[in-house]
Ligand binder design. Structure first.
Ligand SMILES: [Zn+2]
Length: 99
């Protein structure tokens, strides 16, 4: 398999797609702020203790902080990952390889 073929399914997000993700995430954040969402949780992607405000729950117990959810949405639209679980696993592997 050539490198070009390996990346055939990798699509860079257009600026319009990036804007759509940023806009959707901003709306989510504002809704949480209006509801007075409080508290924190352990993000399943970065592992940090993060505010619930602006976070996104994808599946049972698979909640990403605002920053990770934004990165995941971009990765998904670029077809680098398919599911939240896959993204979380990749992030943990990245973190493990740094240490
Ligand atoms: Zn996170």
């Amino acid at each position: 398999m050539t490198i070009a073929r390996a990346y055939a399914h990798y699509n860079r997000a257009t600026s319009r797609q990036r804007q759509a993700i940023a806009e959707a995430m901003r709306v989510l954040l504002e809704e949480d702020l209006q509801r007075g969402e409080r508290g924190s949780f352990e993000c399943r992607a970065c592992g940090g203790l993060q505010p619930l405000t602006g976070s996104v729950e994808y599946d049972d117990e698979l909640r990403f902080c605002h920053t990770c959810a934004t990165a995941f949405e971009l990765a998904r639209i670029e077809r680098r990952v398919r599911t939240g679980a896959e993204y979380a696993l990749g992030r943990r592997q990245d973190a493990a390889s740094v240490n």
